[in-house]
Design a protein around this ligand. Structure first.
Ligand code: ATP
Length: 489
């Protein structure tokens, strides 16, 4: 995958109604995007894939949907008010702002691309050290030492590196003087922590158990780039798994393996995933790893798996004055009940938009088709059938002779279970191509023969093979191909 393909994916996403820049008529809003009519379907299906795998397939994991607004003390307890910041630096000539660590990471990627492995490793080690020490002057001297120039102005005229808090704030309350400053959540996890006992008690959950949630999160990212990779409003899918203290390492390993398998099941290529261990832990973690995906612009974080210790629950207990403890009646090896404790937490956190982007990039293909003067390029999204925005498109060959009526009848039978697309305009070849570009796995064409013998042509997206089948068999084919168990089993 190359940068050039990435540009094509971005324009394909717009042209085919997957992703639009937000408020485009006003020239857009930085790092904010809207999902279009096909994007929303794919996104919903990806969310469902996650939800099914995490909640439906695990007896000991349940879901919640917490509010975006939370009591401001939440963010004090979680450490976000004091510690959720990135090192930023400005170029004095272009007046552009950058994340100091990202400028250095870009340099590492450049070295890797040029085959300068030693240089890349040397800089990575230096970057790890300054990151670990949160050494702002250290970032600056690395930027100087490695002669990093502003991509816009081309100069090395930099300001000092400063900390920048990523949380958005707003005010709650009608009167300005009474209003309280509140934050838009920068992660969904805290909604789970503050509800830990509500869920545990009302659901009679026994440790180990998990709480899952999907929803919007907001971060005032210093620099927005790479399309929906780094957004200021995005969606997370997080699961906090509550475990007995001392068992976190074992569960951390379990979730690492489980999550990477889940990604690989999508069939985008096993080599496109790798683990990247964190050297610098977030303020709450005692172990952390990223699952990285091979995007067209290089391997980048897609999901984080963090062993969060009892950091969050302990701090919420302290700040709220409410006990966040679990009573464990099970007996240890000495026959004594474990008793009361604050559970440890292993978290899995994946960005839905980054997942969407990984699927879009890896399934976008340009294929040479036809021969001689019929030679052509087709664009196809080879999505897993169950994730495709439309599962089947039904085309009457012509607009008359009763063919639309048969097509409509087929849709009426399928629409309760499958998202169907109907189209009667344009040549069949053109209609097929449009569905390829959306990733629709099956097209059904109704023609004059259908009137006589109740058969239709089914055309498969990936092979482009066309077959004559009885109308009564359509359901059977769809049921065997468009199936969650293909991804979940
Ligand atoms: P990064 O290092 O790329 O900023 P992070 O380590 O801050 O990411 P986490 O706080 O671990 O990210 O968040 C969990 C997941 O949420 C990430 O793996 C990513 O998929 C997603 N995510 C985080 N920030 C963004 C963003 N600005 N836009 C889109 N997705 C995001």
């Amino acid at each position: 995958m190359s940068e050039e393909i990435f540009k094509k994916v971005v324009s394909h996403a717009k042209e085919y109604g997957f992703v639009f820049p937000s408020s485009e008529i006003y020239d857009g809003l930085g790092a904010v995007y809207d999902y279009g009519q096909n994007g929303v379907e794919l996104k919903n299906n990806l969310r469902q894939y996650w939800w099914k795998a995490m909640v439906q397939m695990h007896e000991n994991i349940v879901g919640i949907d917490a509010a975006i607004f939370m009591h401001p003390k939440t963010w004090k307890a979680s450490g976000h008010i004091d510690g959720f910041s990135d090192p930023m630096i400005d170029n004095k000539d272009s007046k552009k702002r950058y994340r100091a660590d990202q400028l250095l990471e870009d340099k590492i990627t450049k070295y890797e691309k040029e085959g300068k492995t030693n240089k890349a490793e040397e800089l990575q080690a230096a970057l790890d050290k300054v990151t670990l020490d949160n050494d702002l002057a250290g970032f600056k001297s690395l930027i100087e030492q490695y002669e990093i120039a502003c991509p816009i102005s081309g100069t090395r005229n930099w300001t000092d590196v400063r900390q920048f808090n990523l949380m958005f704030s707003t005010e709650m309350g009608a009167m300005a003087e009474d209003a309280d400053k509140i934050y838009l959540r920068p992660e969904t996890a805290q909604g789970i922590f503050v509800n830990f006992l509500n869920v545990q008690k009302s659901g009679r959950m026994k440790i180990p158990f998990g709480i899952a949630q999907t929803g919007k999160a907001f971060r005032n990212e210093i620099i927005a780039r790479q399309f929906i990779m780094r957004m200021r409003e995005f969606e997370q899918m997080e699961m906090q798994f509550f475990v007995r203290p001392g068992t976190q390492k074992q569960w951390y390993e379990y979730w690492k393996e489980t999550r990477i398998k889940w990604h690989k099941k999508l069939g985008l290529g096993d080599d496109n995933y790798r683990f990247h261990n964190h050297v610098k832990m977030a303020h709450y973690a005692d172990d952390a790893v990223d699952i990285e995906f091979n995007y067209p612009f290089g391997f980048k974080e897609l999901e984080g798996i963090h062993s969060r210790t009892d950091f969050d629950l302990k701090n919420h207990q302290e700040l709220s004055g409410k006990k966040m403890q679990y009573f464990d009646a099970e007996l240890d090896e000495n026959g004594k009940a474990y008793g009361n404790y604050i559970p440890y937490v292993v978290e899995t956190s994946v960005g839905l938009d980054r997942l969407f982007l990984s699927v879009l990039c890896a399934s976008y293909k340009e294929e040479e088709v036809g021969e001689g003067d019929k030679k052509d390029t087709r664009v196809v999204l080879s999505l897993p059938a169950i994730l495709a925005p439309y599962k089947v498109a039904i085309f009457p060959l012509t607009k008359k002779d009763g063919l639309p009526e048969i097509a409509r009848k087929i849709i009426d039978e399928l629409k309760f279970d499958y998202n169907c697309f109907y189209e009667e305009k344009d040549a069949i070849g053109k209609r097929y191509r449009r569905q390829d570009a959306l990733g629709t796995p099956f097209c059904i064409t109704v023609d004059h023969e259908s009137l006589e013998n109740q058969t239709v042509t089914i055309r498969y997206r990936d092979t482009m093979v066309q077959e004559r089948i009885p109308i009564s068999k359509i359901r059977e084919i769809l049921a065997s191909e468009v199936n969650w168990s293909k991804l979940l089993a």
